[in-house]
Write a protein that binds this ligand. Structure first.
Ligand SMILES: [Zn+2]
Length: 355
């Protein structure tokens, strides 16, 4: 079944099916929810169902074999218009809606939607990155939203609903999408990543950290980042050398590359991995070994006395020290400095525990 490939949004499918049976489809929707949870795939599948020549709209199904289905899957259906940020642009600019300056109003999404459908009985627009619309492009698009063509269905994909102009929001019906359950993210990771297949245990750990977003989980698969995480875990569970670790983490973050924001983001992920490590150890000590399995954290926890409240407190203090660094990194303190001080502090804290 066509919808089987979409995880975690079954209720939304049923909701659209009921809406279609009652003939109540709106002309514009905002699909709102975190990045990387399948909103765009949902919109494309919805479009495929509405275009499929073998199923009625009310069925909300697609055969995958008719010419319309094939065109949607190949990205070549003449009545499906997908737009997003242009290459190298951080905003969704006016060109996308009104065409390039030399061809204003004769190209772009607003022009496409003003024309009659070619093959189907409607035109469907999917606007990705809608949260990145600037005021100029939003105002340009507003006219199309205010005077909708009867044949047009518009879906805006937004990871930040607050960033959309109220005038745009108020003219669309909002459909909220929830983060995916960790189990689904883990299964998708194993299915998706053909070159860097994580084992199911690791996939579960990454999924847990991803906040229900496949996009985030996929970022966490970066080989450089995983190598640094493993180095961190190895040090925490073995002979801790703060100088070696700080050097390894800082040069590793730089080696993964990207701009300052990306590097700060990767540093934050490393701290989150550390938090997961101590959280797992603490749960293990308090005899609630639920959640993710981190073998290094389990062996770390075995060094302590599960019946001792002091030992539990000690592991929690390590967790808190990590959390403090996360806070520092988020408030723009120099990343290499944060990492150095963290490693020094952890070294000092861990020394007596290794007696
Ligand atoms: Zn079909």
């Amino acid at each position: 079944m066509i919808w089987d490939s979409i995880r975690g949004h079954g209720e939304r499918v049923e909701w659209f099916r009921r809406t279609l049976r009652r003939g109540r489809l709106s002309h514009a929707y905002v699909f709102a929810g975190p990045d990387g949870i399948g909103k765009r795939l949902f919109a494309r599948t919805l479009a495929q169902c509405l275009f499929c020549q073998r199923h009625t709209n009310a069925e909300l199904l697609a055969c995958g074999e008719c010419s319309a289905c094939k065109q949607v899957l190949a990205g070549s259906h003449p009545d499906l218009h997908e737009v997003g940020r242009l290459k190298g642009k951080s905003e969704l600019t006016i060109e996308v809606f009104l065409g390039p300056i030399e061809n204003r109003l004769r190209e772009g999404l607003c022009y496409d939607l003003s024309r009659l459908p070619m093959n189907a009985d409607r035109k469907i627009a999917i606007i990705d990155d809608a949260s990145a619309m600037n005021t100029e492009s939003a105002n340009a698009f507003l006219k199309t939203l205010e005077e909708p063509q009867p044949h047009a269905l518009i879906v805006l994909i937004a990871d930040n609903l607050e960033a959309l102009l109220p005038t745009i929001r108020s003219r669309c019906q909002t459909v909220r999408f929830d983060p995916l359950p960790s189990r689904d993210v883990a299964e998708l990771l194993v299915q998706l990543d053909l070159e860097r297949i994580p084992d199911p245990v690791e996939a579960a750990a990454l999924a847990e950290l991803s906040g229900g977003s496949l996009a985030v989980a996929t970022q966490l698969l970066d080989p450089g980042l995983r190598e640094l995480r493993d180095a961190l875990y190895q040090q925490l569970a073995g002979e801790f050398d703060s100088v070696v670790l700080a050097e390894k983490l800082n040069s590793g973050i730089e080696a993964i590359g990207g701009d300052a924001t990306k590097q700060r983001g990767n540093a934050r992920w490393l701290i989150r991995f550390g938090l997961e490590f101590f959280r797992t150890a603490a749960l293990h000590l308090s005899d609630q070994p639920e959640g993710t399995v981190i073998p290094a954290a389990m062996s770390f926890a075995r060094r302590f006395d599960a019946r001792s409240p002091e030992d539990f407190e000690f592991v929690m203090s390590l967790f808190e020290r990590m959390a403090e660094t996360e806070h520092h990194i988020e408030s723009n303190v120099s990343v290499p400095r944060c990492v150095e001080i963290l490693c020094e502090d952890l070294g000092r804290m861990l020394r007596p525990a290794r007696r």
